[in-house]
Ligand binder design. Structure first.
Ligand code: Z5A
Ligand code: MG
Length: 210
């Protein structure tokens, strides 16, 4: 039986990294994140370094070029994800293709164009969207150090996530109120995953194939 592939998404400061760590412990899962790579879950590949330099505003890139780099960063991790899941290990992933779409759409690129490079990646069994208002997120502090960390950008990102939600098959996108305490959110995320059916086949479906 393959492992479960669970993605956690949300705005900046929604608590994704906190919850990914909690959920990975609860499920004895491997925690991974994007941008980043397996097996070193940070921005260390050649592509990851280019993304990091862009995010910390040390380099400039065309909006489409950086979008494709974020996608390439997922593709370079694809085999590692598949191998891990096929070995029976669960994965909990901090951001995925949905962040790629949401942030680039928020910059004005078209939804269909943004979606295309990630078509065919492993499809998560479920994506948990940690829902938090932009105002609450900004109160959690730390805005302003990286590109995209502004209230106006985050508002557009939130709208783009709402569009993705409408596009997702039933049951594949679950919204959790991220405004509750860390323990309450963790309990809800765990209950979402525990209520999932066991994976029906050993292989993973391709993302956005329908
Ligand atoms: N990006 C993109 O454009 N395209 C892509 O394809 C991908 C990403 C994959 C870096 O992401 C940037 O890359 C990001 C999107 C873009 N945009 N920006 N800027 P990142 O994942 O590396 O970002 P991050 O550094 O992990 O930060 P984050 O996402 O903003 O935070 P978080 O992981 O959601 O939250 P946290 O670190 O768990 O918690 C934040 C704070 O809130 C912290 O002080 C916690 O103690 C506190 N917290 C957490 N939960 C709670 C609750 N429940 N109550 C109160 N306080 C809480
Ligand atoms: Mg984080």
């Amino acid at each position: 039986m393959r492992g479960l592939f669970v993605v956690v998404e949300g705005l900046d400061r929604a608590g994704k990294s906190t919850q990914v760590s909690r959920l990975a412990s609860a499920l004895d899962a491997k925690a991974i994140k994007f941008p980043g790579n397996i097996p070193r879950e940070d921005r260390t590949t050649a592509i990851g370094k280019m993304i990091d330099s862009y995010l910390v505003q040390q380099s400039e890139l065309d909006d489409r070029a950086i979008h494709l780099l974020f996608s390439a960063n997922r593709w370079e991790a694809r085999q590692g994800i598949v191998t891990c899941l096929e070995s029976g290990k669960n994965i909990v992933c901090d951001r995925y293709a949905f962040s790629g779409i949401a942030y680039s759409c928020a910059k004005g690129l078209s939804y269909q164009w943004c979606k295309a490079p990630d078509v065919g990646l492993p499809e998560p069994d479920v994506t948990i969207f940690l829902d938090l208002s932009v105002e609450e997120a900004s109160r959690r502090g730390g805005y302003g150090e990286e590109r995209y960390e502004s209230v106006s950008m985050q508002s557009k990102v939130r709208e783009a996530f709402a569009q993705i939600r409408k596009d997702m098959p039933q049951g594949k996108w679950v919204v959790v109120d991220a405004g509750k305490s860390v323990d309450e959110v963790a309990a809800e995320c765990e209950s979402v995953v525990r209520s999932l059916a066991k994976p029906s086949s050993a292989s993973l479906a391709p993302l956005f194939a329908q």
